[in-house]
Design a protein around this ligand. Sequence first.
Ligand code: SAM
Length: 279
Amino acid sequence: MSAIDSLPPLRDVIATHGLSARKSLGQNFLLDLNLTAKIARQAGDLSEADVLEIGPGPGGLTRGLLAEGARRVLAIEKDSRCMPALAEIADAYPGRLEVINGDALEIDPLAHLTPPIHVAANLPYNVGTELLVRWLTPPEWPPFWQSLTLMFQREVAERIVAQPGSKAYGRLAILAQWRAEARIVMSLPPGAFTPPPKVSSAVVHLKALPEPRFPANASTLSRVVAAAFNQRRKMLRAALKGQAPDIEDRLIAAGIKPTERAEQVSLEQFCALARELDT
Ligand code: SAM
């Protein structure tokens, strides 16, 4: 393994600091620094940017982000056992790494960051999905971040980038693609992690759009999409019955066949329907 910095190999860091992986924290570590540098590169040019990293663990991705030239990294980690290992990284990159020991779901990082801001994380998938939904649905748009580079279970990554007509297509695809450009940029087998998880993983890169892709009211769109996919096997005229007394006419006005199922309806059509329901 070629070293990207002067710090010890991650296997030694884990042994020195007793960082045996905890299942309860979703700990599957990346120990190959070539791989973490490659993931960091997916975030784009970070030299003029601050990076928010969630769940640095022993710091493999953190080291990748710093070695790839991130101006500053703010890392939020729940497991206090990781603090000494992360402090060593902070010493090796003076003034460029700040670490907060806490739960990313409860901490507002914005006071610690200067725009432009990019987000990078290899997180347990449930925390990752919850944070992704929060980052995609802020009260104001554009959001605080320019891009998100996030590791997910492959199946979740596919739901984010899914197109109409596929089983994976649903609320997450619509939420993500309405406000961002979303791509799977890397695939990783279970063996890339220590310990290996049961399933494959993938890195998704989301670039914030300056404006949502098609005009629509966020809460109307979210309500309609939730109702449509809650009963995804039903025809829309039935699944959306509660949305308006004349839902068939509204669907037709939005260019959607009332006999269609949610899975077949494009993001543009859902936005047209949300606008139609708001008139
Ligand atoms: N980024 C490291 C890597 O790639 O090797 C660790 C990845 S591991 C899959 C997930 C990390 O997220 C663990 O270090 C875990 O302790 C941390 N974590 C889990 N839940 C968290 C939360 N709510 N807030 C912050 N960190 C969390």
